[in-house]
Design a protein. Structure first.
Length: 494
């Protein structure tokens, strides 16, 4: 209606449209400089705002990265301290055990060495004394045959043969005794060798543990210094721990679902199957509460055993109080497991009753056949109901790993998101300059006739043409203090 009234300013609508278009072009021509300034101001403001937002997000990303680095190093130091502490405890126990046996070992070695020395002294080969026959034969040889020298020599020869035989017998007897003594030394040598082998094994074990402690201490020193290599190793380890613990928790959730199926149906007989709390059945909520209590008791049991450290209050308890808490939580867990076993048995009984009732309602008229192997399924269900609560106790270990690694994973995701957001804002901020130039060109597009006339008139009159206004790219080529300040901060930090 409004457009029709505008076209009615002359009797001819086409002429009215031409007049209106001409007036619009003239108005746009005279407002051209102001419009360009407005477009440039708007795009500059938007571009600068987006760049400021980009730098703010980048600074936030740097702070988050620094915080995530601190969390990684702190968690790594804590885990490494626990590992080094455990290694020192193992080395201490090994050395204490070896040193406690050292007096017995030393006494056994001393006794064996003393026996070996005594047997060695007894086994010494004492050379026989030189006989005096040599001088006697020399004297007799100087006598004449007339004086009976030949008979004397024959007697001496016989005596020497007899003495030689006796000496050989004595020598063989002494050698046999020495060999017997040497054979008696062999068990002592073997005992010494076994003892020294045990000592060597213990020393090698201590040396291996010392090398392991040195490696852990080197990694701990890298974490204390905050080196990039240690941070990279901790980041990759956290990602691996996160996915592995998530997988184990998913398996535990499946086990909890099976446990819920075992006790949900009998709980309906205990608390009523028609009772509801909100939109959920009371029996389902009761079964879920029982499972949650079992998991909580298992978590407290693991904390009391100091396997996990999710609650520092429990770890800080005295040993006496901690043992009491351990006994109480184990007793509660045992009672809950026994209750679940009873509920699993009740579930099988209810199932058989339902089957019998269904057969009676159908009027089959078939004599009930007792299943001789029914006890197998009943025992299996009772066993699952009793074992699953204790199996869910170990959920505390992957839960602790998942909680600790979740901080790192969320930090890495936050860093990636903020980095991508900073990049997008920077791209849009730099794109605003081109958008402003494009808007100016689009604004000048309907004004091509007046602009062409202006250029022709300025050329015919010899008037110097106006210098073209600097493009937004040229303006932004100047140093921007907003862009310059973060650059200076980065240079100063590096």
């Amino acid at each position: 209606m409004y457009m029709r009234s505008l076209l009615a300013i002359t009797p001819w609508p086409a002429l009215s449209a031409v007049i209106l278009l001409t007036l619009l072009v003239v108005a746009l021509y005279f407002a051209r400089r102001t419009a360009h300034q407005a477009i440039r101001a708007i795009t500059d403001a938007l571009g600068r705002g987006l760049r400021l937002a980009s730098h703010a997000v980048a600074r936030g990303e740097e702070r988050l990265a620094a915080r995530n680095r601190e969390v990684l190093l702190s968690a790594g130091r804590e885990a490494k301290e626990r590992i080094v502490e455990r290694e020192f405890v193992r080395v201490g126990d090994s050395i204490r055990k070896d040193l406690s046996n050292y007096p017995t070992l030393h006494r056994a070695l001393s006794e064996s060495i003393v026996r070996i020395e005594e047997d060695q002294e007894k086994a010494v080969d004492v050379p026989p004394e030189a006989p005096g026959w040599v001088q006697a034969v020399k004297v007799i040889a100087n006598l004449d045959a007339k004086n009976g020298g030949t008979e004397i020599l024959e007697d001496i020869h016989k005596s020497m043969v007899r003495a030689h035989s006796e000496a050989m017998d004595e020598y063989r007897k002494a050698s046999g005794e020495r060999h017997a003594l040497l054979r008696k030394m062999m068990p002592d040598w073997r005992r010494i060798q076994e003892t020294l082998g045990r000592v060597n094994k213990n020393v090698e074990s201590v040396l291996e543990r010392a090398l392991t402690i040195d490696r852990h201490m080197q990694e701990y020193d890298d974490m204390v210094k905050g080196e990039d290599r240690a941070v990279a190793i901790l980041s990759s380890s956290s990602l691996v721990y996160f996915f592995v613990s998530a997988l184990v928790l998913a398996v535990a959730a499946a086990g909890a679902a099976i446990n819920f199926t075992l006790i949900a149906r009998p709980m309906a007989e205990m608390v009523g199957g028609t009772s509801f709390i909100g939109s959920f059945r009371t029996a389902d909520i009761a079964a879920l509460v029982i499972i949650m209590v079992e998991i909580s008791m298992g978590l407290f049991l693991m904390e009391s055993l100091r396997i996990t450290r999710l609650f520092p209050v429990i770890s800080a308890l005295s040993d006496k109080m901690r043992r009491r808490m351990m006994a109480v939580t184990f007793l509660i867990l045992l009672l809950m497991a026994s209750i679940e076993a009873g509920l699993a048995y009740m579930r099988e009984v209810l199932l058989q009753d339902e089957l019998a009732t269904s057969a009676m309602l159908r009027g089959d008229g078939v004599t009930e056949v007792v299943n001789q192997h029914l006890w197998i399924t009943t025992a299996a269900q009772m066993g699952m109901g009793f074992i699953l609560p204790f199996a869910l106790t170990f959920v505390a270990i992957p839960l602790e790993t998942f909680v600790h690694s979740l901080r790192t994973v969320l930090g890495l995701l936050g860093i990636g998101f903020m980095r991508a957001l900073s990049l997008v804002l920077r791209v849009f901020g730099n794109g605003m300059r081109h958008i402003g130039t494009l808007a100016e060109r689009i604004y000048d597009l309907p004004l091509f006739v007046p602009l062409w006339i202006e250029s022709r008139v300025a050329g015919n009159n010899g008037m110097p043409q106006l210098q073209p206004q600097p493009e937004p790219e040229q303006e932004h080529a100047r140093v921007d203090p907003v862009m310059e300040e973060p650059r200076r901060l980065r240079e100063a930090r590096s």
